[in-house]
Every structure is written in C-alpha cells, then in structure tokens.
Design a protein around this ligand. Sequence first.
Ligand code: PMP
Length: 440
Amino acid sequence: LAAAGPDAASARDASDAAELLERREASLAEVQEHYYAAPPRIERGWREHLLDVDGRAYVDMVNNVTPLGHGHVGVASAVNAQLRRLNTNSRFHYGAVVEYAERLAALAPDGLDTVFLVNSGSEATDLAIRIALAATGRRDVVAILEAYHGWTYASDAVSTSIADNPDALTTRPDWVHGVDAPNPFRGVHRGADAARYAPEAAARIMALAAQGRPPAAFIAETFFGNAGGIPLPDGYLAGVYTAVRATGGLAIADEVQAGFGRLGHWFWGFEQQHVVPDIIAVAKAAGNGYPLGAVITTREIAAAFRSQGYFFSSTGGSPASSAAGLAVLDAFRDERLQENALRVGTRLKSRLEELATRHPLIGAVHGLGLYLGVEFVRDRGNLEPATAETAAICDRLLELGVIMQPTGDHLNVLKTKPPLCLDDESADFFVAMLDRVLTE
Ligand code: PMP
C-alpha cells in the first residue's frame, strides 16, 4: 500500500503519536467524542485502504463519503483541470456546473428536474426544509426524529441531536413535530407491528391540519443509516406522503446517506417504496469527499421558493465541485460501482450471517448493498445490547487493521459502509478479522 497510488512518495515521516494528538487537541474544536480508545492517525488512502503515520495499513469499512475510494485519480485530475481553468462561482459559468445539474436531474425521477447546488448534506437538508416552508407559505414540519439530517439550524432541529428536554440548553423549536420511527432499535420491540407507524404519522399530520397548522413538509431518511442499516417497512412512505400531500404539504427525502448507489440503485430508499418525493437532498458520495451537495425538486416548487425565499452560495456548486461531481458520475458508470456494491455487499452479508451461526454475540446482520450493520447482543432472547463488547470489538479490529464505527441507540451495532469499490479480498479480510476477534 505504501507504494501504491499517486503521490506515494509524499507520505510524511512518522511523527511522535503523543505530539500529534496534542497538536490536534490544541488546534481543532471537536464536539463529537471519539469512539476509539486510541484513535489511529491516518496519513493517506488508496481505494478502501488507509495508511497511518506509522505505516500501518487498514481497510476502511466506514467511509461513506468516498464511494470511489480514497485517492481517486479521475476525481483528482478533473478537479485539478477545472481549478486551473476557472473556479469562480457559477453565476456566469456555463461549463461543469450546468452539465452537472443536467446529469443530476437526469438521475432523479421524471418531473424533478431543477437542481440547487450546495456544499454539504446539512446545507442540502436545510435548504430542502426552507424551500418547503417558502413554497407553501407554512411554518411547520413533521419529521421522524430518530434520524440525523445535519448540524445547521433547520437540519439539526429535525434531527435526534436536539434534546426534547425543556431544560436543555438547546430545545427543539415548536415548528418541528416528531413522529415515532418504525425502527426496531427505538423503543420498538422487534416483530412489533411495523404497519401501525404510517397511520400514526398520517394521523399526526391530519391533526396538525385540523388545528390550522398544516405542515409544509414531512422529512425522513428513506433508510435508517445511523440505526445500523434498517429499511423502512413496506408502504410506510406511501402512507405518510399521501397524508402530507392531502393537506397541501410536500414530501422531502433525505438521501444524503442512503442515496447514490450504496444500496445498489441511485435512490433505492424511495424507489422500493414506490413513491416519488417532491424534494430530494443528496450530498456525501456526490463529490467523493469534495464538498458537494444538491437539492433536486420540481420546476414549480423551485419557482414558488424563488418568489418567497432566498438562496445563494458563494462556493456551493463551484466549477471545481461540479467537476468532481461529474467525475464521480463517470466513475459510477465506468467502474460499475452500484453493481459492485450489490455483489460484494450481498456476499459480505451472507458471510457475516454465517459468522452469526457460530458466534452468539452477533444478534443480527442488518442492511443491504454496502450498508450493513452487525448488531451485538448479550442475549439473543431479550436482545440485551452488548455495548461494552461492541466498543472492545471495534478497538481490537483497529489493532488488526479494520476501521469501523459503533452506531445505534445503544452503540451495539457496527456500521459497515465502505467505499463502493470494496473488493472481495478486503471484505474477506474484514470477516476473517471479525471471526478472530469473536473467537478471542
Ligand atoms: N442527512 C443524513 C441522512 C446524513 O447521514 C448526514 C451526515 N451523516 C447529513 C444529512 C449531513 O451531511 P453533512 O455531514 O455532509 O453535512
């Protein structure tokens, strides 16, 4: 690995671990706590492989931002060429930005043909909410609160991150109305009737309308990524979208995490629910790590928003970001990444399920494509979460060269969302290391 990829010779000499950590802590404001007892110090990457400053190699099983993998030459060259030509913002630019918007719209369902370009997933979901508010002239939003939509004011307001505790410093604003998630990790016993959740959400929407506060939108992820890879129950979105539209509101699909091919299709989440949203938010995979996000909606909704609301971003959808986005779309086609995600992901899932037959600590394997969650339980009977064990497994896997991330309410699910170029050899290495850790 050290010799692989472009710029291999530029790898810096290993520096003193304690000194690097000290410098990082002194200079960077970090809010999220680290899940590793001893975090790795990554220097560079190539495809699904990472190298730390001491020259140790890892398989990156958690990087959902780079579907093409690290160090992708096509994206690097496209961005470089565009930066040399022009990277002023897009107002008077007709090249990469327009081509990217056209190609993105072509991926979306018919009728969703107007694109707003932004820098990140949080900006995309924030803008999606603001578009819905302005286009409908309303002020309320209904959300499945057990999700994550971003860190900006509006995207955070509809996420789990804000406490519903009235004494908390940051409380959820009163324009957000949460509905329960049909998610087995959230106070819902597995096997409970998932069918009741859509009618409950629909009833909530109708009740708001009856109170004279019909919501501007319903926002949801179409696949619960942070819960560990849980698809919505069949028919869920159809039921809720029908209700919100019946009251004149809009359906927003947050595809920032699940969209763009990780599940084998551009938009598996709403496609398999047989619905078409009014507004789609994408980001993450779109730029392969380059800052790029987008909102895709109809011409009519975009026009209604423009007459009431404001949007301009100095760097959103810059020519260089758009060039990255175009290179990503080319690579998806040329490298057949969605096919790879489905093939490698299906094989990986069955190998993990085989591990589960031998290791009772694995309660279940969730997800599909290259978004899998391995759930660890102390007792399969009552599904008691094995939180401490999951942290220990994660730490030990790091020592053996696999980077993972605990997730879910009880941090007892290891998320598996590697670059979509993951090959069988790396997938098998991960399974072999997990087998070894569980045996130990
Ligand atoms: N929506 C979803 C579903 C996400 O998973 C994330 C990021 N984890 C976001 C929005 C926010 O994206 P970003 O971190 O690019 O702002």
